[in-house]
Write a protein that binds this ligand. Structure first.
Ligand SMILES: Cc1cc2nc3c(=O)[nH]c(=O)nc-3n(C[C@H](O)[C@H](O)[C@H](O)COP(=O)(O)OP(=O)(O)OC[C@H]3O[C@@H](n4cnc5c(N)ncnc54)[C@H](O)[C@@H]3O)c2cc1C
Length: 375
């Protein structure tokens, strides 16, 4: 049984169904409507440390490339590359050092001059003379809604059962035998549960004897919390608009579906409590920044904006494995979940099948928080 039909749970369900296991996938909403829907969905290992976590993300990039041909890739897979511009001294120093480190690690990355930047991304408006640019050709982005729809079709075509809304909302567990209780009063018997409920994983762990201590996430509900992110979608974008992922110190952008462009900014100070007029002000600000950065948005307007929450483990690294004290509950929660889902789902399926510890997952087990408690 898999709880949560975001990019991670849908990937796990599709992978388990492919191995011939009977899968029931539960979601309290419709699939893919939580964090995965609003994610920047940039597939990268650009600034992910330490080295093993970088390697995990790099394996994530490769895993999507391998999956795309079998899962209608043109509908969702965009290996467009990423271009980054740095203007102030601090950003230039950071970018130069990062490109050097990534190159040493064998990751495709190089500094480029202004002429090459304009050639790679013709929509870029002319940059200030002190701009440094870098090109990361192995990166890209995913359109998560069509992707998740295809992952779920792949799972259901192999016999998986999808339960959504109240029928899929998990409200409790029984332990002997193991049963998952849902909001409609059902008690679904199973041998093990994979919990991919994103930011809600701690709340579900709390319903077991193990409790939530082994899945500590950055706070997201309180005012001023940093796990929430602000996302704006503008359109229509003209044909001359951006094709690559673009990062500058003031705006991050990429194409979205339906003629839209997805925008984020590192300094957008918005959380779940920010009143709507302030959210609107930020949405307009991001749209202005995007128009100043690339061509093709002159006739665009703000179409949508949303505060969404990063499921951010307290130490920044994925949490994947059985919960000591409730071993039948296997949790998988991570930031960079879009980059990681295809690869992590392979590791999780192998972990569940073999019962032996996958070396690649050893450092991400939940019991690390018991060994060195954070709080
Ligand atoms: C602004 C922003 C930008 C990001 N940018 C990137 C990026 O560029 N690259 C990248 O790799 N990652 C990025 N991330 C992170 C990435 O989006 C997440 O790691 C990923 O989407 C998490 O997917 P998930 O499937 O674990 O969670 P979710 O998509 O949140 O899915 C969890 C599901 O669990 C369901 N659920 C919860 N509770 C219950 C319950 N009790 N019963 C049944 N169902 C339940 C929910 O309805 C939901 O559908 C970003 C995140 C944000 C917020």
């Amino acid at each position: 049984m898999v709880i949560g039909a975001g990019v991670l749970g849908a990937s796990v369900a599709a992978r388990l169904a492919r191995t011939g296991r009977h899968v029931t996938l539960l979601d309290q909403d419709q699939p893919g409507q939580a964090t995965s829907r609003w994610s920047f969905a940039w597939v990268n290992s650009n600034d992910k440390g330490p080295r093993p976590y970088h390697n995990l993300n790099q394996a994530g990039i490769r895993a999507w490339a391998e999956l795309a041909p079998d899962l209608d890739g043109p509908a969702w897979y965009r290996p467009a590359g990423n271009i980054e511009l740095a203007t102030d001294d601090h950003a230039r120093a950071d970018l130069g050092a990062r490109v050097r480190r990534l190159t040493e690690w064998g990751y495709p990355a190089r500094l480029i001059d202004a002429a090459e930047a304009s050639h790679i991304e013709p929509s870029l408006r002319s940059a200030a003379s002190n701009t440094m640019a870098a090109w990361f050709p192995g990166e890209g982005y995913l359109l998560t809604e069509p992707l998740i729809a295809r992952l779920i079709s792949s799972a259901t075509s192999r016999g998986a059962v999808l339960l959504t809304s109240e029928a899929g909302r998990v409200v409790g567990f029984d332990t002997s035998p193991i049963r998952v209780r849902t909001a409609v009063g059902a008690a679904l018997e199973t041998d093990e549960v994979v919990c991919c409920a994103g930011r809600w994983v701690p709340a579900l762990a709390e319903l077991t004897p193990a409790g939530a201590d082994q899945v500590p996430l950055e706070g997201w509900a309180e005012p001023g919390a940093t796990a929430p992110g602000f996302v704006v979608r503008v359109g229509p974008v003209a044909a001359e608009g951006p094709q690559r992922v673009v990062h500058t110190p003031e705006i991050c952008l990429r194409r979205h579906s339906a003629g839209l462009v997805h925008l984020e900014a590192p300094d957008a100070a918005v959380d779940l409590h920010t009143p709507d007029p302030e959210r609107r002000r930020w949405a307009t600000e991001l749209w202005d920044r995007a128009r100043r950065t690339v061509r093709g948005l002159d006739h665009a307007t703000v179409v949508d904006y949303q505060v969404c929450v990063r499921p951010m483990p307290a130490d920044g690294q994925s949490i994947v494995g059985r919960l000591p004290g409730a071993e039948w509950l296997y949790v998988a929660v991570t930031h960079s979940g879009v980059t990681l889902a295809a690869h992590l789902s392979r590791l999780i399926a192998a972990d569940l099948a073999s019962g032996t510890s996958a070396a690649e997952l050893a450092r991400y087990r939940p019991d690390r928080f018991l060994r060195s408690p954070r709080r």
